[in-house]
Ligand binder design. Structure first.
Ligand SMILES: NC(=O)C1=CN([C@@H]2O[C@H](COP(=O)(O)OP(=O)(O)OC[C@H]3O[C@@H](n4cnc5c(N)ncnc54)[C@H](O)[C@@H]3O)[C@@H](O)[C@H]2O)C=CC1
Ligand SMILES: CC(=O)[C@](C)(O)C(=O)O
Ligand SMILES: [Mg+2]
Ligand SMILES: [Mg+2]
Length: 347
């Protein structure tokens, strides 16, 4: 553990140099780790574990698209690729990376195999926190832990391959063996996390649902649409509206924020821009803070969980999501984006 001063607040975090991969491998050396679900997080975590020489198998519904993806990634049926229940049976560490709605449907079948001393792992606090809606109540004699990478499984894999890592939170919900925290950290390091910060299942799900509905996805999508629309309505060309809303943000200014913070990005823009942005920033904060509070309340009340469970438990939930993403894809905004991306010079 390292104590870091985050802008005046002290917090304990776990870095790779204090919990090196060798230590994680030692903790996991007698474990059979089953990654259940091969959607987005499944491949990222399973492939990183495999490359880190952890004894890992995959459990997935046979014949699905994800099953085929697992085969294509080199998992072998009957050797390292099994049905969900078979993998849970063989495993000592069960990593539940099914979709949050899928976890509800698969739970009874998985629970049978969670015998004394095993570890049950999640990458989201959803199922356990909203147990009244999900029915996910782990047996008392298993360790229950969480490692939640703060980003897409796709990035978890690509950053691992480039020698970097995504930060993750970790939590212990139930420590039946006295080893739950050590196991959580070992798994966190072995899946390729950057640094790990401690949380609880409840705090993880509250912050995660807020973040993705808010700034990370919902808000950014909404504010892009709003500004693009205003510029188009005021007579600007698609090129101008798109470049001034999205392309400049992702290609020029966002990387500067990532590199050295918001003030650094501001400092690299004109004094004209700085003056105006500093003046308007407060207005945007005030306009959005009530919306974010409304969102947080909706998360805490369980309403967001209910909506997700109801929608994503339907047989055709993927078609419905795809339809909505297609609508986004075919909008003038994102069709402009498609063309603008093609116009990016290549080396
Ligand atoms: N997508 C991401 O990058 C992130 C996901 N998470 C969390 O990780 C977990 C997994 O998420 P994703 O990878 O996005 O899941 P996903 O939506 O890609 O689904 C994963 C797998 O679940 C399987 N599945 C769905 N319903 C099933 C059922 N009834 N029975 C058996 N299998 C079923 C699907 O075949 C699929 O392969 C979730 O708890 C999610 O909140 C956390 C951080 C980021
Ligand atoms: C990628 C991630 O961490 C999200 C946005 O919370 C999710 O996919 O659920
Ligand atoms: Mg998240
Ligand atoms: Mg999430």
């Amino acid at each position: 553990m390292a104590t870091i001063n985050f802008g005046g607040v002290l917090e304990n975090v776990v870095k790779r140099d204090e919990f090196p991969l060798g230590k994680a491998q030692e903790v996991l050396k007698n474990e059979t780790v089953a990654v259940i679900g091969y959607g987005v997080q499944g491949p990222g975590q399973a492939l990183n574990l495999r490359d880190n020489e952890v004894n890992v198998i995959v459990g997935q519904r046979k014949g699905t698209g994800s099953w085929k993806k697992a085969l294509a990634d080199g998992w072998e049926e009957g050797k390292t690729l099994f049905t969900v229940e078979e993998a849970c049976d063989k495993a000592t560490v069960v990593m539940n990376l099914l979709s949050d709605a899928g976890q509800i449907q698969a739970w009874e079948g998985m629970k049978k195999h969670l015998t004394k001393g095993k570890t049950l792992y999640f990458s989201h606090g959803f199922g356990v926190t909203f147990h009244e809606k999900t029915g996910i109540v782990p047996p008392a004699d298993v360790d229950v832990v969480l490692v939640a990478p703060k980003g897409s499984g796709t990035s978890l894999r690509s950053l691992f391959l480039s020698g970097q890592g995504l930060n993750s939170s970790y939590a212990v919900f139930q420590d039946a063996t006295g080893k739950a925290a050590e196991r959580a950290l070992a798994l966190g390091i072995a899946i390729g996390s950057g640094y790990l910060f401690e949380t609880t299942f409840q705090k993880e799900v509250y912050s995660d649902l807020t973040g993705e509905r808010g700034v990370l996805m919902g808000a950014v999508a909404g504010i892009f649409e709003a500004q693009f629309n205003v510029l188009r309505q005021r007579g600007h060309s698609p090129s101008e509206a798109f470049n001034e809303t999205v392309e400049e943000f992702t290609q020029s200014l966002m990387p500067l924020i990532a590199e050295n913070g918001m003030d650094w990005m501001f400092a690299n823009c004109s004094t004209t821009a700085q003056r105006g942005a500093l003046d308007w920033k407060g207005k945007f904060r005030e306009a959005t803070e009530p919306v974010l509070n409304e969102l947080y309340d909706s998360v805490v009340s369980g309403k967001e969980a209910e909506i997700v469970i109801e929608a994503n438990s339907k047989a055709d939930y993927r078609n419905k999501l795809e339809e909505e993403l297609n609508e986004m894809h075919s909008s003038e905004l994102w069709q402009t984006g498609l063309e603008v991306r093609k116009l990016r010079p290549t080396k």
